[in-house]
Design a binder for this molecule. Structure first.
Ligand code: AMP
Ligand code: ZN
Ligand code: FE
Ligand code: FE
Length: 291
């Protein structure tokens, strides 16, 4: 059984439609796929109907932009009731932060004599509910300023680069509780990838587990082999579920092909069992797995 629990579509900054994602997952030999767009549920219905048609198991999820100790941390939420008001309200704040940031990024680029309009970015992200820096990167590519998204981030959009602008993100511990209230379970995405390493210590993760955290994503392209082994040991000590995933973004991110990392079936079953328990305890109409 091949299981990939972290993927994006063009409802956020991936390049495949939800239907294409599910078809590509089947071609990649996956039996279980999770759709986890940034900060939105917009791809769920389309993905679910294609998964049902093809007989592929679909876990409906989301990757939520959070902050912890002043640092950006991504939280994967699986199987929450997407209509739970506290969740809807906080996601709207995050999405508003995304929209508000866009003109600020474009102002910074204008100071560098790179003139891109909001409409140029919108045209490249027509189906996206969650607007992000990757869409600005696509506009820079279209303008011939950079070759690809990687170069756009390296030169302009990453923290410390001239067009970087911060945005609102949810408090991590509070969001773990909110997803739980919605009947879903949470897994910290790439906890030691890029910049979050220093914040998420053993003690920090232990406290998050007390807040309701179910697991951590260990096998991810942003984690070197030694980091994965250290995180695996930590997860074992804290009795957290260990996941492995591609963080697929279609052609928007190289080196993240579907199924390049996978989750062990026993860990997946543990996560789904926790979700079932949480759903019952919450009293919410949590969606459950599509199979
Ligand atoms: P944002 O959501 O606007 O804060 O932008 C962050 C998103 O950009 C994340 O989903 C990353 O996957 C993506 N990202 C970060 N660095 C790169 C890169 N070098 N190439 C492509 N995508 C990237
Ligand atoms: Zn992304
Ligand atoms: Fe992420
Ligand atoms: Fe992601």
């Amino acid at each position: 059984m091949r299981i990939d629990l972290h993927t994006h579509t063009d409802r956020s900054d991936g390049t495949s439609t939800p239907s294409e994602l599910v078809r590509e997952a089947q071609v990649a030999g996956l039996d279980v796929l999770a759709i986890t767009d940034h900060d939105c549920f917009e791809g769920w219905d389309e993905a679910a109907s294609v998964a049902q048609e093809l007989g592929l198991t679909l876990v409906r999820g989301i990757e939520i932009s959070c902050k912890y100790a002043g640092q950006s941390v991504h939280l994967l939420g699986y199987l929450p009731d997407p209509t739970y008001p506290p969740l809807v309200e906080e996601l709207q704040r995050v999405l508003d932060g995304r929209s508000d940031r866009l003109p600020a990024i474009l102002d910074r680029l204008r100071e560098l004599d790179i003139v891109i309009g909001i409409d140029d970015v919108r045209a490249l992200s027509a189906d996206a509910a969650a607007m992000g820096r990757p869409h600005v990167a696509d506009a820079l590519v279209a303008r011939g300023v950079v070759r690809d998204r990687d170069e756009a981030f390296a030169r302009f959009l990453s923290p410390g680069r001239p067009a970087y602008v911060d945005r609102y993100a949810a408090d991590l511990a509070t969001m773990i509780e909110t997803v739980k209230g919605a009947g879903g379970v949470t897994v910290v995405a790439h906890p030691w990838g890029r910049h979050a390493h220093s914040a998420l210590t053993f003690e920090g993760l232990a406290a998050l587990k007390d807040a309701g955290l179910s697991g951590i994503e260990v096998d991810h392209q942003d984690h070197a082999p030694d980091v994965r082994e250290e995180l695996r040991g930590l997860a074992k000590e804290l009795d957290l579920v260990v996941t492995g995933s591609s963080d697929f973004h279609g052609t928007g991110k190289t080196g993240h092909d579907l199924a390049c990392n996978t989750t062990a079936p026993e860990e997946y079953h543990r996560l789904v069992a926790l979700a079932t328990e949480t759903a019952v305890a919450s009293g919410r109409a949590a969606p459950g797995v599509v199979s």
